[in-house]
Design a protein around this ligand. Sequence first.
Ligand code: SF4
Length: 328
Amino acid sequence: MNTILEVKDLSVQFRTEEGSFHAIEHVSFSVQEQKTLAIVGESGSGKSVTSLAIMQLIAENGNITGGEIFIDGQDILKLSRKQVQHSILGKKISMIFQEPMTALNPVIRIGEQITESILEHQQVSKQEARKIALDTLKQVGIPSPEQRMKQYPHQLSGGMRQRVMIAMGLVTKPKIMIADEPTTALDVTIEAQILNLLEELKRTYKTSILFVTHDLNIVADIADDVLVMYCGEVIEKGPVVDIFEHPRHPYTKGLLATMPSLDQDEKVLPTIKGSVPNISKRPQGCHFHPRCEHATDQCRTTKPQTYQVGLQTVQCFLYAPKKESSNA
Ligand code: SF4
C-alpha cells in the first residue's frame, strides 16, 4: 500500500517574550493510501501544531527546526515556498478547519470562493470551474447548490458551512485531507452526517485522511490507526483496534477510561489526575510523570525511549525489555 504522507522526526519551535520552546519534538508517523489516521490528545498536546506544520501554516513566531515531511514521496521542506504553494497545497493536500466561519471569506459568495480555489490550482476556464464547484457541492450533499452558490457564508447553517469547507478541500481531488476537529462546533446529528460524508468521500476519491481530534468516540468510528500525543510528543501509536483493546501507555489508558459508555453504572466519569502542563514548562524526564501512578525515580529524570509492543509503539519505561540477570 502506498504511503501518502510521511512525517519523520518533525520538531517545531516558537519564540515568545518568555523565551523559545518546542511545541512538538521528534514527531514521526505515516498515513497510507485511503486510510484514516487519527491524532488524539488533550489541548496543548501538539496535535494542531503538527497539522499546521504539514500545511506550512505555523504562526510567524514559529519555525520547523528539524525533520522531513514527505507528501506523495516528495519532501516538501526541500521545496521553495512558491513550489509548495503551486504544486502541493490544495493539489495534493488540503485542510478542513474546525470553524468554517474563520476559514471562509464572509464578504465573498460561496460559489465565487470555490471557483477561485479551482482556478488557482487547475487549468480550466471560469465556466468549467463553476461547473466543477456546482458538482462538488452536490456531491457533499448540499441541497439547491445553484442557490447556495449565490449566498454568503453567514446565510448557511453550521453543518452546511462545514460541507462547503469539505467541498473546497475536495475540488482539487487531493491525495490527503487534514481534518482538524471538523465537527467540534456541530450538534451530534450533523456531526454524524459529516463523519459519514468524509467516509463516503474517502471511498469515492481514494483520499487519505489525517483526523485531528480530542474525541475518542469519533476515533473509534472513523480511524484505521491512532497516534496519541502528549506535551508535543508521540507517546503511543498503533492500529485502532489494538489501541482501544490493549492501550499500553498510562496516559492512553486514562484517556480511554474517561470515555462515557452506555453500560457504565457510575454517575461521575473517571478523570486523569492533574492537568496537561504548560508546553513551555514541560516536566523533566517522562513529561507524564506528575500524573502517572507508576512513576519511578527513573521516570522523573530520564526520558523514556519508544518501545515496540506487538503492532503498537509506546514511549514508556514499563515496556523496556527486562535486563537479563547476571546469574543467568
Ligand atoms: Fe509513567 Fe514512567 Fe511510563 Fe512515564 S515512563 S508513563 S511516568 S511509567
